[in-house]
Design a protein around this ligand. Structure first.
Ligand code: ZN
Length: 268
């Protein structure tokens, strides 16, 4: 049922007029009077699924691929990851090195030195109490292009805490888009509190068990054996003597460099 062209124009004019009248009748409606539809759509797209307590394995496909088509192509720095791109296995021979429980005055600088030597970017899941003691090391991590995540204030077993204490532990950790529960001790309640702070729960694929000090060769072997595209590897730069971790990291990255691996920060 098509109308003759002559009747469409007056109809459109009437509709537009009605829209203007509707806006005029609601001068306090900010969304109608101040935000162009394009801006609103962009804001919805960039908000993403951060409110949902999910781990990497459950991550929803990123919406960025479609939206990038209309943006000028800016080539990212070699070791960076697109914002909110959690499709970690899609980037080829890339590993995600993570270091927990720092920053720590003696070992964090040594880990940073090894990462710099191998042109590696990593993610540091830091404790609030350690950041309070070594704020300059958190700044150094970020200045070197690494990303940082919340590992609570002082490393408790979160599922054992009262709701009030659980909230306090997660909310006194650092600002980040990522959160990692100490001891991998988590449940839906923990993940929900992290999500309420818009922090995505990040676990890991490969545990090097470096905190047990099993010897540098054992840690090195765990890193090498865990080298699969997109794998998140757990190590520590705090919580004790990390000499074995530093030695193993340097040796493992020397081997992995020759095999063509890169090391990116998580999009935290
Ligand atoms: Zn930890």
């Amino acid at each position: 049922m098509t109308k003759p062209p002559g009747k469409i124009l007056p109809l459109v004019a009437a509709l537009l007029c009605g829209a203007v009248l509707a806006q005029a009748a609601h001068p306090n409606d900010q969304s109608a009077t101040t935000s162009p539809p394009v801006v609103q759509a962009a804001a919805v797209t960039s908000r993403g699924p951060l409110g949902t307590p999910i781990t990497r394995k459950q991550g929803a496909p990123s919406a960025t691929k479609t939206t990038h088509a209309h943006k000028p192509e800016v080539k990212p720095p070699a070791k960076s990851v697109p914002e909110d791109d959690w499709n970690l296995a899609a980037h080829g021979k890339v590993l995600y090195l993570t270091f927990d429980d720092g920053p720590q005055g003696e070992w964090t600088p040594k880990v940073l030195q090894v990462l710099r030597k191998h042109k590696a970017h990593a993610t540091f899941f830091v404790l609030g109490m350690q950041v309070q003691q070594f704020p300059e090391l958190l700044a150094a991590e970020r200045a070197a292009g690494h990303r940082t995540g919340n590992h609570t204030w002082d490393h408790p077993m979160l599922t054992h805490l009262t709701p009030a204490r659980l909230h306090q532990e997660i909310y006194t950790g650092i600002e980040s888009k990522c959160f990692r529960p100490p001891f991998r001790d988590t449940n839906a309640r923990v993940a929900a509190v992290a999500a309420s702070r818009h922090q995505r729960q990040i676990l890991w694929d490969v545990d090097t068990n470096d905190w047990k000090k099993p010897g540098a060769a054992s840690i090195e072997h765990a890193i090498l054996a865990g080298a699969r595209p997109g794998n998140i590897i757990l190590m520590h730069d705090g919580g004790g003597n990390r000499a074995q971790t530093v030695a193993a990291l340097d040796r493992a990255l020397t081997t992995l460099d020759k095999q063509g691996w890169s090391y990116h920060s998580l999009p935290c």
